[in-house]
Design a protein around this ligand. Structure first.
Ligand code: FBP
Length: 276
């Protein structure tokens, strides 16, 4: 039996709830804050409708802002681990502030609410990279005391970042995220299994793909997930590719089959009848 300090054991207990065999398919649901209500169509404006779908489709965890976690707690409690996001920015801010995420909560409040982890964003390459990195480091220190893992949304963005999907830049961001002490990393897909492997190998902690803007067809999204798994990635954290699709549950189940059972994208799409 491995021994450890209470906080290191706590971190592992939480991580084991989120990652199954070291892999996970996590639902990103902070878009109402980051992009505004225009990201949601019809009844999906209601977070309870979306969280119910996420729970029923069997995501491994949900990442949401504190107010959404609170408004839906009875739907996820005891069913799916919640990761509370502690940084954000709205798209309403002036352009010169779009590269800065500010702190909107405390790790302690997330722990009190029953979260299994906290998430925070750093834009590597931004003018205010230092501000976000310092905030992340403080959150990580708090989390170490609480025995909670951190998920970093590790995004290369800034005046000198010409291509935020450039594998050399994404792997630098992943490496910096691991070096600062993130427990899990979510970052941009670099376009192929070979290039994403370079990202994964640069990190000392699990690297997950960030879903991004909705692909034209579900199968294209599933192919990207397949490549991430071939590259040794730990899965995917996705929002729009699922909640902006009418194929919500089939897409989640197909993604799970690729991540957890290593089906190919074509096999998973056939099995779960993903249409687009
Ligand atoms: P998606 O899978 O929808 O891209 O969600 C991932 C995410 O990081 C969200 O957590 C966040 O709200 C959004 O993307 C950020 O989007 P943008 O790239 O416009 O800042």
């Amino acid at each position: 039996m491995l021994n450890g300090t209470p906080s290191s054991i706590g971190k592992n207990v939480h991580l084991k709830r989120i990652l199954k065999g070291g892999k996970a398919v996590i639902f990103a649901f902070d878009h109402g804050f980051e992009h505004g209500p225009s990201d949601f169509e019809g009844d999906r404006i209601d977070p309870r409708v979306v969280v119910k779908l996420a729970v029923e489709s069997k995501f491994d965890a949900i990442m949401a802002m504190p107010g959404i976690a609170r408004a839906t707690w009875d739907l996820w409690a005891g069913r799916i681990p919640m990761i509370i996001k502690l940084t954000g920015k709205t798209s309403l801010r002036p352009a010169e502030f779009q590269f800065l995420q500010y702190k909107i909560g405390e790790a302690q409040d997330a722990a009190v609410m029953g979260a299994d982890a906290v998430a925070a964003t750093v834009y590597w390459g931004a003018v205010q990279e230092d501000v976000m990195a310092e905030r992340f480091a403080k959150i990580a220190t708090e989390c170490n005391l609480l025995g909670m893992p951190t998920l970093m949304l590790s995004y290369p963005r800034g005046p000198s970042i010409k291509d935020q999907n450039d594998p050399e830049i994404v792997r630098y961001a992943a490496r910096a995220s691991a070096e600062i002490g993130a427990d899990l990393i979510k970052t941009y897909y670099t376009g192929s299994a070979e290039s994403f492997r370079r990202v994964v190998e640069a990190s000392t902690v699990p690297v997950m793909m960030s879903g991004g803007v909705k692909y034209k067809a579900g199968i294209d999204f599933l192919r990207a997930v397949e490549n991430v798994m071939k590259a040794g990635g730990a899965g995917v954290v996705t929002g729009r590719n699922v909640f902006q699709s009418r194929d919500f549950a089939p897409l989640v189940m197909a993604t799970r089959a690729i991540v957890h059972q290593r089906l190919t994208a074509n096999e998973a799409a056939d099995k779960f009848k993903v249409k687009g």
